[in-house]
Design a protein around this ligand. Sequence first.
Ligand SMILES: Cc1cc2nc3c(=O)[nH]c(=O)nc-3n(C[C@H](O)[C@H](O)[C@H](O)COP(=O)(O)O)c2cc1C
Length: 356
Amino acid sequence: MKKNNTMHLCLAPMDGITTCATRLLTKEIFEKCWAPHNTLTLRTEFMNVDGFLINPDNVIKHLQTTPEQQPIAQIYGGNETTLLKAAISIEREYGHLFSWIELNLGCPSTTVMKCGGGSDMMKNREKTLTIIQHLSEQLEQLPFSIKVRTGLNEADKPQQADFLVKASQRCSTISIHGRTLKQLYSGDADWEFIAQVQQRIKAVSPHCQIIGNGGITSYEQAKTLQKHYELNGIMIGQAAIGNPRIFTPYQPTLSDKLETILRHLDISVACDQLFEALFLNGRREICLKTAQLEEQIQSNLKKADFEAHSTVEFRKFLFQYLKGIPGSREWKSGMLSIKKYRELRNQIIDFFENKG
Ligand SMILES: Cc1cc2nc3c(=O)[nH]c(=O)nc-3n(C[C@H](O)[C@H](O)[C@H](O)COP(=O)(O)O)c2cc1C
């Protein structure tokens, strides 16, 4: 922390949510509504390392970014050899695009745990510590971090705390989601656990930054928790979906909301189109130039309406943006059949015009 009132905020990595478009939009809003001294760090969705090595075309999109974002590239997997191979390859090929590489050790999904990744890595902590050691040694330029939960269940917390103290010697940052595997994504986050682990880590690995995460629903709450527990940073996940202003002290007006939704939709559609078009020399290009993106958005707004998968995908954001707006519930059901980009855009504009 540079100053007492400085906040280091992080958008939590979320599969299917923290796409290149969402990160770009969140960064734009943060910079527009900037609170002096605050910083915002972005993470990609996680990417399966085995998928990356076998058929990168299927999964590399998770790492798509614009050069200005400098997100943290998050990976998962359960096999040391493939984790190392993929991490080294990401660093070599795309290292200039990322701030550091992070290993996910907390995901509760069956698919992820079945391949030995995510929370499954907490079932053999000695093996995981060796993987962490090797990953941190093999990466030549990019710092290495981990994202974890508080343990498998309540009884497992002491073992998890000991593990984190050991792991901290090899990590530049540890993000702690204050819930156990058993809690999944709801219930109280254990901020006391995060604070106690931070105290222990400070004594052995003063270089290691601790980011607290779990259950934050407002900017003010993030501020209070950061101040109270003196953490290096605060990460927000679910409450940021459809609410990028949560990283700023300012609430959006209805017209701000409309502007944000349209921008998010425009960027999402354009990012997808550009990703499909960028296949250079047999290697997927994951870096989108901002000027190219703006050109694509302008061209989309001029051409005849078209179907886009990202329009359908956008519903999950749209419905969160509209939460709490009177009349949105009924309106939403009418949106389910829309697959065309401009049709959806126009419907959104009409909905807000009727509110004004
Ligand atoms: C839809 C969804 C997808 C997620 N995907 C990831 C992921 O890819 N990597 C990861 O480390 N955590 C993932 N998480 C966990 C979040 O990063 C975060 O730790 C969790 O949601 C708790 O924070 P919150 O209470 O603020 O939502 C995901 C969570 C949700 C809800």
